[in-house]
Design a protein around this ligand. Sequence first.
Ligand SMILES: [Zn+2]
Length: 108
Amino acid sequence: MPDLPALVDVAVSRTAATCTLTWADGLKQPVALADLRRLCPCATCNEQREQRQGNALMVISGPLPSAELDSLEPVGGYAVRFHWADGHDTGIYSFGFLRELCEQAQRR
Ligand SMILES: [Zn+2]
């Protein structure tokens, strides 16, 4: 993604349960923490999502993953790593992925 604007600020609101991302081109978009967790791009979550799609029962019986955020850290200037309260921290959210989430949220 050659013309991806830089991510200049990430502000987490625990009361609103959102993460507001500010981009260099002026886009400022809150994204629900629940959405971020649901879309966790790590291998484990990818696998679980695939299993859920193939098994309707898992959708009903599976516990919802925690959408409570402990902390986040920048990863190598290209991504953000979210540390969830239940200890899950393997999801590396690239700026491109986050930008797409913001643009989707904005269109809603
Ligand atoms: Zn994950």
